[in-house]
Design a protein around this ligand. Structure first.
Ligand code: SF4
Length: 294
């Protein structure tokens, strides 16, 4: 899949969203917004592909049945992407409106693929016996933080999360990557993450993300939103995350603006710091002898 244009979709004017993020709003029409974010046209062979957005990679049985119906109706080639979305390939231009209408009817036409809200996570402690943290819970929390901050439709930044150092969530190759790690503070364990910046797939090799800093899990959404905001505010037209990061001095320099988030409050002051996302009891880093869930 190709890159989506930087910025956000909506109405033909440049406006301010969130805390000073310049956003290029291009259309208020839902079809056009979806087209800008989700349709990829190959310039060499004139191919047309479109992405059906599955938030957190979740698809219900009913949605799967509908996707199969759509595939038959359009006679399209269908693939699952490594960003946990569904890609329709070998489309004709005159099929795009039908595809949009069908996807909208099943809740999969939201502009999401390749925008900041398209956060990818491994199964984590939901189902993986060797997970250290609830990576899917963090992905949801980051998505919520980006929506509330007006940053969810920033393009050109990929966020990936793994629940341990194994990289099933491909954190090592993401612009913003996080992997779960136990933290200890105030005599207790709490869920934490290592933040990496600048990972990407190059022309001939993968470039691993550079270590930025470690964070308590409950401050990770704020840290990610700050990095996305800084990127959106400072990048020049068409500049990639990697180029911006290099120009900004690298991960260690960008991390300096996040140091205030690497603070663990006392259990009595903020008990939720000691409970992982989607859990109700105190955090325990319990790892069973088992295989990875993916
Ligand atoms: S082993 Fe893989 S699926 Fe399990 S938590 Fe680690 S990265 Fe995620």
């Amino acid at each position: 899949m190709g890159d989506v244009p930087a910025g956000t979709a909506a109405s033909g004017e440049v406006t301010e969203v969130g805390q000073g993020v310049r956003v290029d709003l291009r259309s208020s029409d839902p079809f056009k917004r979806w087209e800008q974010a989700s349709v990829v046209r190959g310039s060499a062979k004139g191919t047309v592909s479109a992405v059906a957005y599955a938030a957190l990679g979740d698809i219900t049985a009913a949605q799967f049945h509908s996707l199969a119906d759509i595939q038959r109706e359009l006679d399209a080639d269908v693939r699952l992407s490594n960003r946990q979305n569904v890609v329709f390939r070998e489309l004709r231009e005159d099929q795009l409106r039908t595809l949009f209408d069908r996807l909208e009817a099943i809740g999969m036409a939201r502009p999401g693929a390749e925008l900041a809200r398209d956060v990818v996570a491994c199964p984590g402690a939901d189902t993986c016996n060797i997970a250290v943290t609830q990576s899917r819970g963090l992905a949801k929390a980051i998505g919520d933080e980006l929506e509330e901050s007006g940053l969810a439709e920033v393009g050109g930044v990929r966020i990936n999360i793994s629940g341990c150092t194994n990289s099933c969530g491909q954190h090592h190759a993401a612009d913003i990557g996080l992997f779960g790690a136990e933290r200890r503070a105030n005599g207790k364990s709490l869920p934490g993450y290592q933040l990496l910046l600048g990972g990407h797939v190059g022309q001939e090799q993968i470039h691993f993300g550079q270590k930025a800093l470690r964070l308590p899990a409950k401050n990770a959404p704020l840290a990610v939103a700050r990095v996305v905001r800084k990127f959106a505010n400072e990048r020049s037209a068409g500049e990639t995350f990697t180029t911006w990061l290099d120009r900004s001095g690298g991960a260690a320099i960008v991390a300096k603006d996040l140091l205030d988030l690497d603070v663990v409050p006392k259990p009595d002051d903020a008990p939720h710091f000691y409970v992982d996302y989607d859990e109700t009891g105190p955090y325990v880093a319990e790892v069973s002898e088992s295989e990875c869930a993916t």
